[in-house]
Design a protein around this ligand. Sequence first.
Ligand SMILES: *[C@@H]1O[C@H](CO)[C@@H](O)[C@H](O)[C@H]1NC(C)=O
Ligand SMILES: *[C@@H]1O[C@H](CO)[C@@H](O)[C@H](O)[C@H]1NC(C)=O
Length: 403
Amino acid sequence: MATLPLLLHLLWEASPWARAGAATAAVVLVWLAAWTLEWAWWTPRRLDRALRAQGLKGTRYRLLTGDVRENARLNREARTKPLPLGSHDIIPRVLPMFHNAVKENGTNSFTWFGPIPRVIIPDPELMREVLSNKFGHFGKPLFSRVGKLLANGLANHEGEKWAKHRRILNPAFHHEKIKRMLPVFATCCADMINRWENSMSSKEPSEMDVWPEFQNLTGDVISRTAFGSNYQEGRNIFQLQGEQAERLIQSFQTIFIPGYWLLPTKNNRRMKEIDREIRKILHGIIRKRERAFIDSEGTNDDLLGLLVESNMRESNGNAKLGMTTEDIIEECKLFYFAGMETTSVLLTWTLILLSMHPEWQEQAREEVLNHFGMGTPDFDNLNRLKIVSLKSLFFCSIKCRNY
Ligand SMILES: *[C@@H]1O[C@H](CO)[C@@H](O)[C@H](O)[C@H]1NC(C)=O
Ligand SMILES: *[C@@H]1O[C@H](CO)[C@@H](O)[C@H](O)[C@H]1NC(C)=O
């Protein structure tokens, strides 16, 4: 902060040119300082007062980081304790900060994600109003530069861009398309089960950590359904995206410090490196697809095929209808991120619940054996299952459609 006095000194002592330069720099510095103060202090203060005036209670705003540090601390603390088995009361463990906020201040309360207040909205009617955004009052949260590294796709676009991307992506999630993907799901599952069987002894009970297995499974399914013939290359992405997500969570603590992202810290450097690697892989796959499209080797109806076709249309002069290569890369990243964790967490939790309730395990097993015997499940019969419902299978695609 010694810069400003120095600049002022220059203003008086130096040549007219240096004076003009110093004056400009001084104006820019003052403007930056004012902008930072407004963003990091006055805006949160005003929002805080407005929320409290409406009867909401919430934590006191801490400069720049808000409750981010406290949240990280509570998370660490909660995860050191084992999950109480036999209980479904998982909120204190999964979201300890929100749990405390609701316990202390009720559902009409808020916490701070950096300089942004996070208001809890418990009323379904209000939720609908926010999500449908009829009057355009509610924007999606602005993604920070760091957040965008993970994915800058459909989930954070708005307005026309959102509508266009949704229109292009939607056909990939049609019932018929999903139906055609079933053999791929089945192959991936069979591979996994084979691996499990080979790794276990048939005589004594064995223990297995299913979480990495399910991450592998969903990564495999997404790679094959999104990239079809290029799935081997796609597989590398999911490992990189997984690491990127973990690093992003680490960087939440510093995400609101202006300029921090530009510092060459270990985490920042690795995140940029991962980003470059993912882009390189996706660029390569997209190039190959474009060539195949031009050589008219038939179109692929996997997700990437649809996106590349749209991109080719754009280069054929119908720019409004298409996506850019950059757009495609971002949607692929989002697809990995949104599809993988959600589904592997769901599958893992399902197995935990089934282990807690062996009676349901029995019923589920019986139902599956009744319908399919030892064969591969087919689409129409999957629809008839009552206990092992299709809902979980479609969870990922439904999630993607609701963004
Ligand atoms: C509850 O609200 C009060 C006052 O608004 C605040 O001081 C406190 O930190 C809040 N507690 C939690 C857990 O958010
Ligand atoms: C993940 O799956 C691939 C192929 O399906 C397999 O080669 C690899 O060993 C698996 N990794 C883990 C950690 O299970």
